[in-house]
Design a protein around this ligand. Sequence first.
Ligand code: ATP
Ligand code: ZN
Length: 290
Amino acid sequence: MCEEKRLRIAIQKSGRLSEKSLGIIRSCGIDFQTDERVLRSSASNFPLDFIFVRDDDIPTYVYDNVADIGIVGRNELDESGYALDVVRDLGFASCRLSIAVPVDFTYTSLKCLEGRRIATSYPRILSSILEKNGVSASLVTVSGSVEITPAIGIADCICDLVSTGTTLKMNGLREVEEIYRTSAVMIARKDFGCEIEKKSILDRLLVRMDTVNNAKKKKYVLFNLPSVKLDEAARIIGGMKSPTVTPLLDKDWVSVQSVVSEDRFWSVFEDLRNLGAEGILVMPIEKMSD
Ligand code: ATP
Ligand code: ZN
């Protein structure tokens, strides 16, 4: 019998993923309290419970059933080696895993790492890339402060996450090769087994997330247009079933409402203005279903 009817999500307690992960859940209209000292919480208006943990532990917790789903960097998922489902790519916390060497280290390709000591927190990802490139090196696994390792003599170079490269420079290192890209993902166990109810809670959560996400990529546009230009305006707006057209008091004009994707917005806006559209009003969309 399945007694548990709430879904449990693992979220990073504090770090680069925490705030945005919580923001995604809140944007789905889910209310909950957080307090730095408390490692668990429950949503008041959705069957979702939270555990706040270190990001490195999230894949293990999901795999071991401690949590049903989690938000984590793809790097931690791949490094864990667990076969879990990526249910959504969340796109934030993007960065790269790169090789960085001391400034006086001559580097031309991965082959230069042959026989070298490379410090990293991602031995699994790094060794698979070295193996693919036929490079044999000795990996020094450290869980943090990787950039200090060449200076203290325990490694010749490093392989670490980089977003701007400032930390590397401050430690006398030079980024020479990007080997892997990562961003935050929502993970789930492959099989919820008999837990159909949990699966349906996850589906409800995903629909809400997608609805918010769709809305972010669109703008609601409202404008007045001479009626004779309507066909051309519909062509400019494109990619939609039909704009909503409302007659105005002046019989030669209509009011048009439509949804335009964010990436096309400025070109559509300019084309509509050139066509003679007036009073173009643009509004953000809060939620939007498919
Ligand atoms: P924890 O205490 O939870 O173990 P941490 O120090 O390992 O935290 P953070 O530095 O908060 O972790 O990074 C969490 C994740 O954010 C990384 O695994 C990675 O996916 C992503 N990230 C984005 N930019 C960077 C960056 N510049 N350096 C490190 N991680 C980054
Ligand atoms: Zn961590």
